[in-house]
Write a protein that binds this ligand. Structure first.
Ligand SMILES: Nc1ncnc2c1ncn2[C@@H]1O[C@H](COP(=O)(O)OP(=O)(O)O)[C@@H](O)[C@H]1O
Ligand SMILES: [Mg+2]
Length: 390
C-alpha cells in the first residue's frame, strides 16, 4: 500500500547497478563543468522554453505534453522563436509511437543494431518526461536482482533488523515511488530469471518486499524504457510473458547518406564544442567520405549500386563514424593545422573496419583498391588510407 521515502541510496550495496549522479557531498547536484552533463542539464534551456510554450494536456507527473516531448526530440521552432535542436534524426512516427507508449500502461522497448541511438533516445525521453534521465540500470550478464528490485544496507540491517531504513532502493524502485521514467540498458544481456523480476513490476505496477511484508506501489507517471540490441538476439531472449508488457519500437539505420552525414556533423559539432575542438564546416568532405565508406561496407555495395563489396565483421555504425570524425578533429587540432583532412580520419577508419586482423584487412584492401582508388576526387583519401594500411 505504502510508498517508500526516497532516502539517499548506498551505491556500493547494490552491485552491478549504475546509480544516480550523487556527488561525494551527496547533494545530487552536478559539478558545473561535468565532462558529460545529463541531457536534462545540457538542454535545460530548451526544456524550460518548451514547458513555457506547452499548453497541451500533460499526463500525470509529466514535465511536458507528449507533443512537446516529441518536439524536444525531433526539433522545431517555438512561437516565441526559440529553436529546439533535433536530438533524433529519423522518422517522426517512431518518436510519436515511443512517446505515446510511455503515456500508456505498456513499457517501451527500443530495439535496433548497435549505434542506432537507442541509448541516446532513451536518455532524452526520460529527461523530457521526468526531468531526470539518471534512474538507470545497466544490463550485463552479471546484473543481479537487487539492481532492479532493492538491496540492503547491511550495517543498518545488522543493527536494527529489516526495516524501510535498511532498504537500498534500485533506480526502478525510485522511479516507481516518484512517478518517473526508469531506464534499463541492454535488457537482453540480463539473465532471464533476473529479467523476469520486471514482469510483476510492469504488470501489477508493484514491487513486493516480502522481508517487510510490504510493497512499493508505482505512482502515476512511472514507466520504463528498455533498450536491446538486435545482434544480441538469442543471448537471453525476452520471455514472451515479459515481451507482452512492452511496445517494441525498432530504430532503423539512417535511410540516406545525407541523413547520416547530418547526424554525424551535428554530434561531432556538439562533442567538439565540449572538448574545445575547432569547428568543422558543414558538409565537410571528410565527414561525407567516412559516412560513404561506412555505408558501402555495411551495405555490401557501392553508392551507385554498381559494385558489390565485401562487408567486414565490425558494425560500422553511425556512432562509430561520429567517433572516427571526432578523433580526426582532435588530431587536426593538436598535430595539424586545425583543418580536418583525409590523413586525420584514415587511421580511425582503419581501426573501425579492421576488427579481425586477417579477414577484415583483406576486405579493406580490396575495397581500397577497387573502389576508393578509382573514385574521382578521392586521391588524397586513397593515399592517406594506403599509408596507414601498409
Ligand atoms: N538517428 C539518429 N539521430 C541522432 N543521433 C544518432 C542517430 N543515430 C545515431 N546517433 C548518434 O549515435 C550515437 C550513439 O548512439 P547510442 O544511443 O549509443 O546507440 P545504441 O544505444 O543504439 O547502440 C549517439 O551519440 C547519437 O547521437
Ligand atoms: Mg546503447
Amino acid at each position: 500500500m505504502s510508498t517508500v521515502p526516497t532516502g539517499p541510496t548506498t551505491p556500493a550495496a547494490v552491485p552491478g547497478q549504475s546509480t544516480s549522479p550523487t556527488t561525494a557531498a551527496g547533494t545530487g547536484a552536478e559539478p558545473a563543468d561535468a565532462l558529460r552533463p545529463h541531457a536534462e542539464e545540457a538542454f535545460a534551456d530548451e526544456l524550460a522554453a518548451l514547458a513555457a510554450a506547452d499548453d497541451r494536456p500533460r499526463p500525470a507527473r509529466w514535465r511536458l505534453s507528449p507533443w512537446a516531448v516529441a518536439t524536444y526530440l525531433l526539433g522545431g521552432t517555438l512561437p516565441d522563436g526559440t529553436v529546439i535542436t533535433p536530438k533524433y534524426v529519423g522518422p517522426r512516427r517512431i518518436v510519436e509511437v515511443a512517446v505515446t507508449t510511455l503515456a500508456t500502461d505498456r513499457a517501451l522497448l527500443l530495439l535496433g543494431v548497435p549505434g542506432t541511438a537507442k541509448t541516446w533516445v532513451s536518455e532524452h525521453l526520460a529527461a523530457a518526461i521526468s526531468g531526470d534521465s539518471t534512474l538507470l540500470v545497466q544490463g550485463t550478464a552479471g546484473t543481479p536482482e537487487e539492481a532492479i528490485r532493492y538491496g540492503w544496507n547491511y550495517a543498518q540491517l545488522l543493527t536494527h533488523g529489516p526495516s524501510r531504513d535498511a532498504l537500498v532502493h534500485s533506480p526502478v524502485m525510485r522511479a516507481m515511488a516518484e512517478g518517473r521514467i526508469a531506464r534499463v540498458e541492454e535488457l537482453t544481456r540480463i539473465p532471464a530469471d533476473v529479467q523476469d523480476t520486471l514482469i510483476t513490476i510492469l504488470s501489477e505496477k508493484t514491487l513486493p518486499i516480502p522481508e517487510l511484508g510490504s510493497e512499493t506501489q508505482a505512482v502515476r507517471g512511472f514507466n520504463l524504457i528498455a533498450t536491446a540490441n538486435d545482434r544480441d538476439r538469442g543471448v537471453n531472449d525476452l520471455s514472451s510473458a515479459l515481451r507482452r508488457r512492452f511496445n517494441t519500437v525498432v530504430l532503423p539505420l539512417p535511410a540516406t547518406a545525407e541523413e547520416e552525414v547530418d547526424i554525424v556533423a551535428r554530434r561531432v559539432d556538439q562533442i567538439g564544442r565540449g572538448l574545445d575542438l575547432p569547428d568543422v564546416p558543414r558538409g565537410a568532405d571528410e565527414i561525407r567520405r567516412v559516412v560513404t565508406v561506412f555505408r558501402e561496407l555495411r551495405g555490401g555495395v557501392t553508392e551507385d549500386g554498381r559494385t558489390k563489396v565485401k562487408s567486414p565483421s565490425g558494425t560500422l555504425s553511425t556512432a562509430e563514424a561520429i567517433s572516427v570524425v571526432t578523433n580526426g578533429l582532435a588530431l587536426a587540432a593538436h598535430f595539424g593545422d586545425g583543418v580536418l583532412r583525409a590523413g586525420d580520419v584514415a587511421a580511425g577508419i582503419l581501426g573501425a573496419v579492421v576488427r579481425d586482423p586477417a579477414a577484415d584487412r583483406l576486405v579493406w584492401q580490396e575495397y581500397l583498391e577497387t573502389v576508393v582508388r578509382e573514385r574521382e576526387g578521392w586521391k588524397d583519401f586513397y593515399r592517406a588510407c594506403r599509408e596507414v594500411t601498409a
